[in-house]
Structure formats: structure tokens, C-alpha cells
Design a protein around this ligand. Structure first.
Ligand code: FES
Length: 171
């Protein structure tokens, strides 16, 4: 009696399918991880929503800010300072010590930090440490009589100087 020929290598076919399925599932998992990574970066990355911090804020018409005034823009996280000479500064509310939000104290004509007692004058210069330097500012443009503040990137400065002030045309 003859011995039957060996059975074709069925296990290899099964293994190939398993490998194929594993590879496919692995690829799907990788795509899922990449999607999650992209969404995380988008979520944590800088947002630019007009009217909010990180975006462009249309503050208002020049004449709606009297000289010598300080107006808070909570959504933009800045104060729009109009100096007595008519110039504008957009002062970031983040304290330069450890980042607490400063508030404007009109009666004392100063910004005050609630965390460790720093004070800043109307231009944002340090009046009382531990804050190491002036409050940051944001870029201002004045277009068709409207003050526009871009809060995308705070501008660091050691102290106030006149070059930081933006004046309306004809002022
Ligand atoms: S965070 Fe403002 S003084 Fe410390």
C-alpha cells in the first residue's frame, strides 16, 4: 500500500491570513494613533479665534477710548491703555513674575497682581517687585479709525519706552 502524499501546507495559509489580519489591524491602530496625535496637537496648539485671546480683537473706535483711560478686554486678556497724549498700548494681563492675572486699580492708577504683591504703572512698568520686568504688550494697528489688537504673540520688554506707543493718524 502506498503512503498518501503529504497534505499541502494548510497551516502556512492560515498563518498568512493571520499575519495579514495582524498587519491590517496594526495599520488601523497606527492610523488611529496618528489621528489622535493630530487632534491633540490641534487641541493644545495655539488657537486663533478673532475676538478672543490668540486672535485679532477689534477693540473699537479711537474716540471711544478717552485719553488717560484703561479698558479691559477679558476675552482678549489685555488692557487697552490710552495715554494722556492720545497714544495706545495693549498691555497683556499676565504678570511677569509667575503669570497671575493682574487687575486695573483705577483709584491707585496701577495694575495689581493678587499673587505676590507686584504693582505696575499705567504703561505696565514695575512699581513693586517681585515682578522682574514690565508687563508684555500686543501689537496694535489703527485702521479706518478702529483700534485692532493682535493677541497672537506677546511682546516681551524690560521697561516702557515711547517706541511702544501707537498713535492714531493725525495725532
Ligand atoms: S505672579 Fe504676580 S507677583 Fe508673583
Amino acid at each position: 500500500m502506498m503512503t498518501p502524499p503529504p497534505v499541502p501546507s494548510a497551516p502556512e495559509t492560515t498563518m498568512s491570513r493571520r499575519n495579514f489580519l495582524s498587519l491590517g489591524l496594526g495599520a488601523l491602530g497606527l492610523v488611529g494613533l496618528l489621528q489622535t496625535g493630530v487632534m491633540t496637537v490641534q487641541f493644545l496648539g495655539p488657537r486663533r479665534v478673532d475676538g478672543e485671546f490668540g486672535g485679532v480683537v477689534q477693540a473699537g473706535l479711537v474716540e471711544s477710548f478717552p485719553p488717560g483711560s484703561v479698558t479691559e478686554f477679558p476675552d482678549g486678556r489685555f488692557f487697552l491703555v490710552r495715554l494722556a497724549d492720545g497714544g495706545f498700548l495693549a498691555v497683556y494681563r499676565r504678570c511677569t513674575h509667575l503669570g497671575c492675572a493682574v487687575s486695573w486699580q483705577a483709584a491707585e492708577n496701577r495694575f495689581a497682581c493678587p499673587c505676590h504683591g507686584s504693582y505696575f504703572d499705567q504703561e505696565g512698568d514695575v512699581e513693586n517687585p517681585p515682578a522682574p520686568r514690565a508687563l508684555d504688550t500686543f501689537a496694535i494697528t489703527i485702521t479706518d479709525g478702529t483700534v485692532i489688537v493682535d493677541t497672537a504673540e506677546p511682546r516681551q520688554r524690560d521697561a516702557f519706552d515711547a517706541t511702544q506707543v501707537v498713535y492714531p493718524a493725525g495725532a
